[in-house]
Write a protein that binds this ligand. Structure first.
Ligand SMILES: [Zn+2]
Ligand SMILES: [Zn+2]
Length: 293
């Protein structure tokens, strides 16, 4: 059973729905021992009116994490370092301080400064806005001749960011764009074909591996119309084949009820790809956790 959720959002994120303390209660109820909050830091995006800015107030956010770390584990609430997941299933929850950076090629220097300013345990680098717009909006897809061209452009941007940036531990939801592909939205959930995008995906995965970074299995895909994780199982399998080892598991919950959602399916998917464990991060250092026998 997977007992850590490394990708969650609270009301500190523009689109988060639940308070941090409530997220921890939900994690406890679901026998999660380690939760990492990864609030949105999407610098320099221009979302349509009313969508918010997706820039977390990191000082207030960190303060709240520290308060709750102390409440959960008063003896050991120091900056993530030396914390260990408690054995007691419904006991204290290990709370980690993370962030999800919205990577765009021109933000390398900005994020270098930002990430050096806070003692994060874990950083997810994600591509949300690509070429000025998030694939969650139809305008992204309208900018390309075909759906395939749009997906290719998205992967190419990820490849560029994976190469340019060092300020991430894992690359988030690598095929995020597909959640919003017009064909998926229409319910024609066609199978994802790795080979169709094999050249660019191989380059992307090799870059991530050679930099000593990892990827995540994001279980939100199961509940966002894809009926599979992000990324697709074929991408997870290829990552493993290419020698990829570091992989975190996150629900991308924005509300208490999504904590650890579909983690049973996630574990099954990973085992089918040959993974025998997964990772959490403390103080930006990977810690391996084997799957139960
Ligand atoms: Zn994301
Ligand atoms: Zn997220």
């Amino acid at each position: 059973m997977i007992r850590s959720d490394l990708h969650t959002h609270t009301t500190f994120s523009t689109d988060g729905k639940s308070e941090m303390a409530d997220m921890i209660e939900s994690a406890r109820g679901r026998r999660i021992q380690t939760i990492c909050f990864t609030e949105h830091m999407d610098y320099d995006t221009h979302y349509p009116e009313g969508e918010g800015t997706f820039v977390v107030d990191t000082d207030s956010y960190m303060k709240r994490v520290r308060e709750l770390q102390f409440r959960e584990n008063p003896d050991n609430a120091v900056l993530g370092a030396g914390q260990s997941a408690p054995d007691d299933m419904y006991g204290p929850v290990e709370v980690l301080f993370g962030v999800e950076l919205g990577l765009q090629p021109h933000l390398v220097e900005h994020y270098k400064k930002y990430t050096a300013s806070y003692p994060f345990d874990f950083i997810i680098g994600s591509s949300h806005v690509t070429g000025g717009i998030d694939p969650a909006f139809p305008e992204f897809w309208e900018g390309y001749r075909t759906e395939k061209d749009a997906v290719l452009a998205y992967f190419e941007c990820e490849y560029k960011c994976a190469s340019l940036f060092d300020t991430y531990d894992v690359y988030g939801h690598i095929d995020y764009a597909l959640r919003y592909a017009p064909s998926v939205k229409k319910g024609e959930t066609r199978e994802f074909s790795y080979d169709e995008y094999g050249d660019i995906l191989d380059e992307l995965l090799k870059t991530i591996i050679s930099k000593g970074k990892g990827i995540e299995l994001n279980s939100a895909g199961y509940r966002k119309g894809l009926h599979r994780p992000n990324p697709d199982i074929s991408i997870l399998k290829r990552y493993k084949e290419l020698g990829g080892e570091i992989l975190t598991i996150g629900s991308d919950a924005h509300v208490t009820t999504d904590i650890a959602a579909d983690f049973d399916l996630a574990e099954k998917a990973l085992r089918s790809c040959g993974f025998t464990g997964h990772y959490i991060f403390r103080n930006r250092k990977p810690v391996r956790i084997d799957f139960d026998e």
